[in-house]
Design a protein around this ligand. Structure first.
Ligand SMILES: [Zn+2]
Length: 250
């Protein structure tokens, strides 16, 4: 079983219009109520997705972040043959890379200042990997630019890399106080779209189906598996930016 952690109130204006991820009373298992960092957890039946027998449930923790990436792609409505640029090759950037490949991108280029992380993007078959966008010869920009860093510098750089008629997706979670400069004339004159995607919306069950079909290789995405007793060490390792997804096994 895999569990969609979203707890929408079903009463507010956003829930009633089918946009529960924007719920005025947004809550989630593991965020606002006790979650999976325990031997047992409670979840509404409606949040549970039965997994096929061949799925190892200890890998299935990847379905939740994948469901956020699926939501991101829903927002993008990406066309076949798009040129895609992704900032960040952490797990979320890598998941966007996997979805870009499967939604018919003509090319997917990945940026990261961490050379070790870029190696994983190369392993997963990105078209190009670099520390700076200047290293790619694409003066016209990219149809789709995705920030998967939340970093102010990356976001600012990315906003200027969107091709005419293209879309910038704010997918990474920036600090509340982060700001960036936009160019209103260019947004008008070149019909640039700047949008965001927030968590999970009607995307969890599809992410589970994609996961069951092998869209992600758990051996690549999960770098460490720690027992529940070592939860503090897992948090420390995550904060230090070492490895990719760290699975805590109750
Ligand atoms: Zn609501």
């Amino acid at each position: 079983m895999a569990v969609d952690p979203s707890l929408h109130c079903h009463e507010c204006r956003y829930c009633r219009s089918g946009r529960g991820n924007l719920c005025d009373n947004w809550a989630a298992i593991g965020v606002t109520v006790p979650g999976g960092a325990a031997e047992f957890a409670v979840a509404p039946v409606a949040n549970c997705v039965k997994l096929p027998e061949h799925i190892d449930v200890t890998d299935a923790a990847l379905i939740e972040p994948l469901s956020c990436a699926v939501r991101g792609y829903d927002v993008l409505k990406s066309n076949l043959g798009s040129e895609v640029l992704i900032y960040g090759s952490g797990t979320m950037g890598l998941m966007m890379l996997e979805l870009a490949k499967r939604t018919g991108a003509a090319s997917v280029e990945v940026l990261d200042v961490n050379a070790q992380r870029l190696e994983t993007a190369k392993l997963l078959g990105c078209t190009g990997a670099a520390a700076r966008a200047e290293e790619f010869d694409r003066p016209g920009g990219w149809d789709v630019v995705i920030d998967a860093t939340g970093n102010a510098g990356a976001i600012q750089d990315g906003l200027g890399r969107v091709a005419k008629g293209g879309t910038f997706l704010q997918f990474g979670v920036a600090d509340y106080a982060t700001t960036a400069v936009i160019e209103p004339y260019r947004i008008y004159n070149q019909e640039i779209t700047i949008t965001g995607s927030m968590a999970v919306l009607h995307s969890y069950e599809r992410a589970a189906a994609l996961f069951a079909s092998g869209v992600l290789d758990p051996a690549v995405f999960i770098s460490d598996r720690l027992p529940l007793e070592q939860y503090p060490q897992a948090i420390d390792q995550f904060k230090a930016g070492v490895g990719r997804k760290i699975v805590v096994q109750p």
